[in-house]
Structure formats: C-alpha cells, structure tokens
Design a protein around this ligand. Structure first.
Ligand code: AMP
Length: 469
C-alpha cells in the first residue's frame, strides 16, 4: 500500500431517491470516465446500510455484466479517480465509508486538500487510524469528532471549515445528502433532476446520458443539503471569498459537451482557437488537430484564419489518455499506438498543428516526428493555452516543475527541441478573452504561478527547478 501520494483527478456522481439509483450512477460515471481512469466505486444505501462495488480500472471493465441487485436501494454515490504512480490501490478507491456516531457516512471527493499533511499529523496524534492515503479520508475523521447529537449540517460545517484547498464533495448520511464546493470553487459540481429525483455530478455531460435536466451549479462556498422530505437547503459557511474556478477544466480536462462554471466547454475551446488565430496568423495549407484534445481549438483556428481543417492525424479510440500511464517508457509507447499519420492528406503540406497544451513535451515530440516522416513540408505548432510552468495542487495531475518542459526551457528552446518550424502559445489575455472574463478571475496557477491558496501539503511552492531532459 503506498502512502506517499495524494494527487487525484476525479469525477463524482450521486443519485438520490430513484429506484434505479446504482445503475444510473454507474452510467453517470461512464460519461465522466475522462475525469479518472484508474479506479471506480459505487455504493448504494438501504436504511443507512451501505452496499459497495469498487475496482481498479475503467467503469466498463468493472461493471460489465454486473448484477445491480447487489447494489440495492434508491440512493447511490459514485466516484472515478486517477492518481499518480504507486497509488493504484483499492483502499484509495472512493467513495470512502465509515461507521460514525451519526450512523454510516460516505464521502466522495474531487480536488486536493492543501493542508492534508498538517491535518493528518494532528489527527494521527489524536488517535485517528488512517486506512487510505486519500486526502478525502480527513473529512470522515473530522466528522467522527463531532458529537452524535449535532445536526448533520452542523457537524459537516464544523468539519469542512477545517480543511483547505480544492474540494467538491458529496457526503451521504442515512436520511440526507450534502453536495458542496470549496469557497474558491476550484472544481465543478452541478445539480440535476430526473423526474422528482435529484442527481449531482461533477460534469453536466453525465446528465445527458441519464436524461436528467440540468438545474444549476452548486456555487463556490455553498453547501447544498437535500433531505428525505425532498427539501433543498443552501448554506454558505465559508464567508465571502473571491471565487477562482480552474481554467484548465476549460482548456483540457472537462468533456466538450459539458457546461462548466456556466460556460459550454466546446464553445470556449472553439474561441481559444479563434483567439490563437488572431494572435498568431501564419501561412499554411492545413489546420490539423491533435485528436481529441486539439479538435475544437483547431476548428476555431480554421474558421478564423480560413485555412482548411483536415484530420491529418487519426486516433485510435481503444487507448486511453496518454497521460494515464504512470511510467515514461509506457507513455512513449502510448503516443505511437494512439495516433497515426494520415499520409495522403499531409504529404507536401504546410501544417498548423493544434493541441490544447504541452506538459512534458512527449506527445508533441512524437507526433511532429511522425508528421515529418509522413512528408509534412512545414509544421507550425500552436497551443491553445499558455505555457504550463507550474504544477497544480488543486486537483489536476500535472507533474513537478522538473518535468514541465515550459518551466525549464524558453519557447525558442522548446521549438528547437520539438524540431518545428514555429511554436506559439495562446497568451494569458487570449485565454481570458475565450472565457469572456477578466484576467485573474479563474485559478490559472499552472500558467502563471499565482496561487489562490497557499500550499501546506507535501510539496513546496518554491520547489527547485530540475533539469528537463
Ligand atoms: P505531454 O506529452 O506530457 O506534453 O502531454 C501533453 C498532452 O497531454 C496533450 O495532448 C494534452 O491534451 C494532454 N494533457 C494535458 N494535461 C493533462 C492532464 N493533466 N492529464 C492528462 N492529460 C493531459
């Protein structure tokens, strides 16, 4: 069991008082598989008793031929996660469940707690026994310290006002469910309805698959309580704070057909491509996306520039996100099996190649090599976000600075390393124009290093720069 890592990317799903709760919950997780591919868990509840099905791997791997009678009841809570190497242990697969003085309580969490290490040490000294290395377990330990006589909302407020950082949480009690976002609102969480039943999901794309109606986003700093009487109450226990939702959800992480923080992701990505074309016009024959992540921005670039859009790279859909593989050697191989050149289309052509981001540079390096070998005359690489110079400590799995190519090389050095004719990134201003917001109204720490919450857990903000090789 590995206890040294805490980074997680996740998707949450809950169905409250619907006769097919667990089945719908697994479908909602399926729609959010892109948010985490290492582990999946669904728990259901009958009279305060939980039933669980958890596994390592994809939703479809773990739920093919599954008999949903094993997850009875009309309440279900589910979670998909992925984390960094060494962490793929079933004990970390959520939802986490504990028997507390209030009865059984289940928690599912998306985000990273920035005071995790500190809180964990305090709780351990007080006698807490941790059974996972998921930072989310802190919430259960904090709840366990609350008197059994406390109304659940008071216990929850007392617990969640002690944690810091990024947390969208769903907490299930016997007769009520809570859904909340931290005061910065780093990660999304939305409310929907199927008939009279409420559903909660990290991304609205899950509602589509369930035939659920989108009701609204949970607001930054809001706790929503839904009781068995069907009453929806709202609390704001964190006080006033400037919200800074994660801009990288729009750049890469969320699914294009989701509405995140009130904006459709696809339209935003189209606009990122348009802004890129305005900022960086170039003479070329074709605009080619890196599928799938670069497709909407490439369409936007093509529309704005008038340069023809073509699929110069064909993607296999039988491999997951390249990033998901924890080891570099496997990742290198992953790029090759994931993308193939569309030789006849690109031969002799000047290409504008568009991707949403460069992290380590592995994907771009291989693809450019591939396109050149297939006869591309020129490759102008355009990235629909600014250079990633800083790791994320709020729930997106970006590597340490030493592995981030843009933290260690200038744009010209990256261009040379990637062997492209030109390399351009979208400016921070262009990025904000695409989300129609003022600069600084989102968390953009991965691009600017400006951190809305100080980091107390594990890694230091002042991390030494390592050498990129
Ligand atoms: P790299 O090969 O390390 O430069 O990774 C760049 C590719 O990974 C791009 O095609 C992105 O779409 C994708 N990507 C960016 N950030 C992430 C992330 N946090 N998790 C998974 N994939 C990512």
């Amino acid at each position: 069991m590995a206890f040294d890592k805490f980074k997680e990317e996740c998707g949450l799903m809950a169905i409250y008082r619907h006769k097919e709760a667990s089945n719908l919950c697994h479908l909602g997780l399926h729609a959010q598989q892109h948010r985490g591919q290492e582990g999946v868990g669904v728990i259901s509840q009958v009279d305060g008793k939980f039933h669980a099905h958890k596994g390592i791997g994809l939703v479809s791997d773990n739920f093919a031929d599954f008999d949903f009678k094993k997850l009875p009841g009309d309440v279900a809570l589910g979670h998909v996660r992925y984390s960094t190497a060494g962490d793929q242990d079933i004990v970390n697969v959520q939802p986490l469940v504990s028997e507390l003085s209030f009865g059984n309580v289940a928690v599912a969490h998306n985000g990273n707690l920035t005071n995790f290490d500190e809180m964990k040490e305090v709780l351990k000294k007080e006698g807490a026994i941790f059974s996972s290395n998921a930072d989310s377990e802190i919430v259960l330990h904090l709840l366990s310290k609350e008197p059994a006589s406390s109304p659940p909302i008071e216990a929850l407020i007392s617990a969640v006002t002690k944690i810091e950082g990024a947390f969208s949480l769903i907490v299930l009690f016997k007769d009520r469910i809570f859904a909340l976002r931290d005061k910065h609102g780093f990660r999304p969480l939305s409310i929907g309805k199927i008939g009279d039943s409420y559903v909660f999901a990290s991304e609205t794309c899950a509602f589509g698959i369930l035939g659920a109606k989108f009701i609204r986003d949970i607001k930054p700093g809001e706790i929503v309580e839904l009781t068995d009487e069907g009453e929806l109450k709202s609390y704001f226990p964190f006080g006033n704070n400037k919200s800074t939702p994660c801009i990288f959800e729009h750049v890469y992480f969320a699914r294009p057909n989701s509405k995140i923080f009130g904006r459709q992701v696809y339209k935003t990505r189209l606009q990122m491509g348009r802004e890129l074309a305005k900022e960086n016009p170039v003479e070329a024959d074709l605009v080619v996306p890196v599928p799938d992540s670069g497709v909407p921005a490439a369409l936007g670039y093509s529309q704005e520039s008038g340069i023809e859009f073509q699929l110069g790279l064909i993607r296999s859909h039988y491999v997951g996100r390249t990033f998901i593989e924890p080891k570099q050697s496997i990742r290198d191989f992953g790029v090759k099996i994931k993308h193939s050149p569309n030789d006849e289309i690109i031969e002799g052509k000047r290409l504008v190649l568009i991707d949403d981001s460069i992290v380590r540079g592995t994907t771009s390096k291989k693809l450019i090599n591939m396109l050149k070998k297939a006869g591309a005359k020129e490759v102008h690489l355009m990235i629909s976000s600014p250079p990633i110079t800083d790791p994320c400590y709020y729930g997106i799995d970006t590597p340490e600075k030493s592995q981030l190519i843009a933290a260690n090389k200038s744009i010209e050095e990256i261009r040379e390393y990637l062997e492209v004719d030109s390399l351009t990134y979208l400016s921070v201003e262009g990025l904000y124009k695409s989300v129609e917001s003022d600069v600084g109204s989102y968390c953009d720490a991965c691009f600017t290093g400006n951190r809305p919450v100080k980091i107390k857990s594990g890694k230091k903000d002042s991390e030494q720069l390592g050498m990129f090789s």
